[in-house]
Structure formats: C-alpha cells, structure tokens
Design a protein around this ligand. Structure first.
Ligand SMILES: Nc1ncnc2c1ncn2[C@@H]1O[C@H](COP(=O)(O)OP(=O)(O)OP(=O)(O)O)[C@@H](O)[C@H]1O
Length: 308
C-alpha cells in the first residue's frame, strides 16, 4: 500500500504574508515523520493544504499519489487530521463525539475497534463524560480516536502534545509507535525540539521554509562546530559579554546554560575564562557538550543564507 506524501514546490500566501515558500518534501509510506518548528513557521498551513482545507498558491501535493486539489474528496476518505486546536464537540459526551465522527465517515465504531482499541480502553471509563470536562491528556486521546475512526492511511497531527503534561506526552508518543506498526504514515507537527528524537525523520521548518530534512541522528551528526556549555554567576551578563567576544561564532541561552561556538578550530578555554573573568564574572564553568536538535535548528536558522 502506498501511503506516501509528495510535495513539489508548494507555496501559500495569505494576502501579502507568504506562509509557505516553495516547499519540496517526500514523506515515505509508513514513516513516523516530524515537522519541527516554532510558532508561525507554517506547520498548520502545510497541514491544512495536505488536508485539502486550503488551496495552494503554487505547487502540488500528492497523498498516496493523488492530487490534493483535483481529487480532494478521495484524499479526505483516507486521511486522518487532528487539528491543533481542540476539534471535538465539548458539549457532547466522549462516546457521542466518537459516534459523530464515525457517522461523518459513514462507518461504525464497532467496525473499526481494532484500529482504536489500545487508545479507546484508556478513555472508555469516561465514555459518558462531556468532552469539555476531560483533562487535556484525555481530550487528546479522544481526538486521536476520532481522527482514526475511519482507518486512515495517513494521519496528520498538528501539535498534539502542546499544553499536555509530560506523562501524557510520553504516553501519546507510545500510542503513535503502536499506530506506526499498523502501517499508517504519521506526520506530527510540534514546536518541541526534543520530540524530534521520537521521529524517524524530521523536517526543520522556519518562516515558511524547510531548513533541513533528515533523521534526528544525522542532523545532529552534521553539526559543524565544537559546542560548549558556559555557566557563571550571572548567565545573562555572560550572554552579553560573549556577544562582544571577538571569537564568538554563536551564543544562545539554553535553560540554565549558555551554548557557545568559537569561530576558530582551536578553541582556547583558558582564554575565554580569562576574558569572562576580566568582565567581572565568577564561578565560570566551561564544558564541551554534544549538540542537540535545538542547537542544529539555531545554527541552521541563523545562517546568513537562511535569513535572506
Ligand atoms: N488565515 C491567515 N491569514 C493571514 N495570515 C495567516 C493566516 N494563517 C496563518 N497566517 C500566518 O502564516 C504564517 C504561518 O502560520 P501557521 O499557523 O501556518 O504556522 P504554525 O507553524 O502552525 O504556527 P502556530 O503554531 O503559531 O499556528 C504566520 O505568519 C501566520 O501569522
């Protein structure tokens, strides 16, 4: 079964705002694929184009080899789409929501129980509760069941873990791994860079452009510089100091640390320590660290050519 997505030079503008710029992307059949980027990057726009809810300004998208514009009705029959904003009827119960979505797709819950069973057993105890009264994690599970009730070949999940606690987030990713085993192509849009590691391949997207497509491991391997974590008594002041340091290639605040790269191949830790001491910093700790997806994203998004 071909459940691939092929995107060729796809662009979308809203008036003067170009939300997507010449996107080229191939997502393989059965892949668990991540679309990773910050708010406003264009993730929702891309999903809405793939879900046949928007028309492209230019370019072509094919799902299972079928054109998203010319044959949009066919696509709707085999596509599952879970929008970012809560898509359920708050004043219907859990079971009524599921029945509603089954009816829309001209099917019955009992005919599709094999597809949703593992998720359904977790929300069944609450089946008579109004959807609006569910916790965030439960709403998300119900929304996933509703998106799956017609046995889609391709599933698009727009920020499914935004605003959900960390236990529910990790349960959700476990559920996606289970669905992948059923052969569904799953595309997850997320602003959480750490979730990239849970995908087989990811596209990093910013300002409507794809910066890179690869496996998370290969993206990290391609990080070109030696990366250092820098800490001191005052991290914010250290950030300002490092911005002035003549050999700084990049410096970003990452949680409690700063991530720093030097323009030179030969990094001189003592020289940097002395520079920061001279600036009045104390308790300076400098350590070489492995780059994360977020470091790669920052490096790619601040490359001069990425900003043109
Ligand atoms: N209907 C619209 N009219 C005008 N501009 C829009 C519209 N929808 C989105 N945009 C703009 O298009 C760009 C991409 O937005 P989009 O919602 O696709 O990004 P996103 O990555 O999903 O981010 P978010 O999580 O914030 O929705 C943004 O600049 C946004 O302001």
């Amino acid at each position: 079964m071909d459940a691939s997505i092929h995107i060729d030079n796809l662009s979308k503008s809203y008036g003067t705002i170009q939300a997507l710029k010449n996107i080229n992307l191939d997502i393989h059949s059965g892949e668990l694929f991540g679309l990773i980027g910050p708010d406003g990057a264009g993730k929702t726009t891309l999903f809405r184009l793939l879900a046949t809810l928007l028309l492209p300004s230019e370019g072509v998208a094919k799902l299972c080899g079928i054109d998203s514009v010319a044959e949009y009705k066919k696509i709707r029959s085999f596509l599952g789409y879970m929008p970012g904003k809560f898509s359920l009827y708050q004043d219907l119960s859990v079971i009524e929501n599921l029945e509603f979505f089954a009816t829309v797709f001209n099917t019955r819950i009992e005919d599709n129980m094999d597809m949703i069973h593992d998720i359904w057993v977790q929300i069944e105890p609450f089946k008579n509760r109004l959807a609006g009264k569910l916790s965030g994690g439960m709403k998300q599970k119900l929304a996933l069941c509703c998106a799956l009730i017609h046995q889609p070949k391709i599933l698009l999940l727009d920020e499914p873990t935004t605003g959900v606690d960390s236990v529910s987030r990790s349960e959700f990713w476990q559920m996606l791994k289970g669905l992948k085993k059923k052969g569904i192509t799953i595309v997850v849009a997320t602003p959480y860079m750490d979730e990239a590691n849970l995908c087989e391949r990811v596209a990093l997207i910013q300002d409507g452009e794809i910066l890179q497509v690869n496996s998370p491991a290969e993206i990290v391997e391609q990080f070109e510089k030696d990366l250092y974590s820098v800490k001191s008594d005052d991290n914010y002041q250290t950030l300002l100091d490092l911005r002035e340091f003549e050999h700084t290639n990049s410096v970003f605040l990452f949680g409690q640390n700063l991530h720093f790269t030097d323009t030179r191949k030969q990094f001189a830790e003592d020289e940097l320590k002395q520079y920061l001491k001279n600036k009045g910093r104390s308790n300076i700790v400098i350590e070489k660290i492995q780059a994360s997806i977020e470091d790669c994203f920052m490096a790619l998004s601040t490359k001069p050519e990425a900003n043109e």
